[in-house]
Design a binder for this molecule. Structure first.
Ligand SMILES: Nc1ncnc2c1ncn2[C@@H]1O[C@H](COP(=O)(O)OP(=O)(O)O)[C@@H](O)[C@H]1O
Ligand SMILES: [Mg+2]
Length: 406
């Protein structure tokens, strides 16, 4: 079917119409926004693996906060940013850009006066000149600057909701933790209202690392949201909803099949959905579309999410089969397994059992499996949920098991 009408968006935050699940996290975040609106600075963190839906959750909440809580919001993309001053510049720029078509957009522009220029052919691009000195001062008085922005926005906007996305590079910078702490301290002693909610978005491991070297910083983040794969029923709802909104028929067992193989990973669900969409020839999706779609999606996800060396090692049919069996044996959310447990796995052939130690050693070296955090010997995990599901998808190529109804 025509890719232009596909409801699936593998590379973008999801459209509000197709947003699925995350109900309690949304409620937590909105209640944080309401607390901030009463004048107390709130700082949260959304953690989770790549593709799990962190940015989508943040952006959906910002849509709701703007609509229902009179928030002024901006989504700041900080991938690659390592310096606090760059973060501050990007934040102000995003505030101007994301709000330029809103009724309060002009008020923000006027706050920056001469320093802001609307450039480009239609004047939609914005350039913001801030000198190094000014940037440094704004970094040290970040909340004061944000406070001024929300004040200037007008009576209709009560609270500032700021998403600082892909904070990973900054979180590695030791200045970041100090900056956060001194910001909290100065707000606590100043007794002025700061109706601001900052939500940092980043990988769980960065947060862990920062908390290890700086336990008191870890406590600053409330709420601390860690997003996990969807439940099977949520994945099913996602597919059902996406196809039915475009008037495409798909049987229950096929929906179930797609949901199972997406493993609850939103990015994979979109990738699979999109491949199935492209393959389908008419307004009904059949079992073959589903299988082929899954195989194609596995390929494209593999090149984006899985280490090249691991993919190369999977050229070996034996390795693919062993990995597929391990991945299949594990519960949906549990990604831990032990050598002992594997040796008793009934699905292994005698040769596979004999190659197990070699296989484990090699895979550890390549990064296809990893030791568990507290280093228990002979116990392993898949580095991410994506790895486990990817191995499962590869196994489909080997076994073509679980073929759905046609
Ligand atoms: N709650 C959701 N409902 C539907 N699709 C989602 C949801 N969360 C994420 N997605 C989709 O999954 C993919 C990855 O989401 P994204 O928010 O970019 O993840 P992350 O920021 O964690 O890497 C995107 O294609 C997005 O459209
Ligand atoms: Mg993201």
């Amino acid at each position: 079917m025509n890719p232009e009408y596909s409801p699936f968006t593998p590379n973008q935050p999801v459209n509000a119409d197709f947003f699925t699940g995350r109900k309690s996290q949304i409620e937590d975040l909105l209640s944080t926004v309401r607390k901030a609106a009463r004048g107390s600075l709130q700082i949260g963190w959304i953690a989770g693996e790549r593709g799990m839906g962190k940015s989508s959750l943040a952006s959906f909440v910002s849509f709701l906060a703007e609509r229902d809580e009179h928030a002024l919001s901006a989504h700041v993309h900080l991938g690659g940013v390592r310096k606090l001053e760059d973060m501050v510049r990007e934040t102000h720029l995003s505030l101007l850009k994301d709000n330029q078509s809103k009724s309060w957009g002009k008020n923000l522009l006027s706050l920056f006066g001469e320093r802001v220029k609307q450039i480009g052919l239609f004047g939609v691009e914005i350039q913001l000149d801030m000198s190094d000195k000014e940037l440094m001062a704004t970094t040290n008085n970040f909340t004061t600057s944000l406070g001024r922005i929300i004040e200037k926005a007008g009576n209709d906007r009560n609270v500032l909701f700021l998403i600082l996305d892909d904070i990973n590079g900054l979180a590695d910078n030791p200045r970041f933790a100090h900056w956060l702490k001194s910001m909290m301290d100065s707000v606590a002693t100043s007794r002025t209202d700061v109706p601001v909610c900052l939500i940092f978005v980043g990988l769980e491991e960065r947060l862990d690392k920062m908390r290890e070297s700086n336990p008191s910083v870890g406590r600053i983040f409330r709420p601390l949201i860690s997003i996990r794969p969807w439940e099977q029923s949520e994945s099913e709802r996602f597919f059902q909803n996406a196809f039915s909104k475009r008037n495409i028929g798909i049987g229950k067992s096929n929906v179930k099949f797609l949901a199972e193989y997406s493993g609850g990973l939103p990015v994979l669900a979109h990738e699979i959905g999109d491949s199935v969409w492209r393959r389908a020839k008419d307004n009904t999706i059949d079992g073959d579309d589903c299988i082929q779609g899954i195989v194609e999606a596995a390929y494209s996800v593999g090149t984006r999410f899985i280490e090249k060396e691991v993919i190369q090692a999977l050229q070996s049919r034996k390795y693919r089969s062993i990995l597929g069996k391990i991945a299949k044996n594990e519960g949906n959310l549990d990604i831990k397994f032990s050598r002992k447990e594997l040796l008793s796995l009934e699905t292994f052939t005698p040769t596979e059992r004999k190659s197990l130690d070699n296989f484990l050693r090699r895979m550890m070296k390549l990064g296809g499996i990893a030791p568990i955090k507290d280093g228990e010997r002979g116990v392993y995990r898949f580095p991410t949920h994506m790895h486990r599901i990817y191995f499962l998808l590869q196994a489909i190529n080997v076994a073509q098991k679980g073929k759905p109804d046609n």
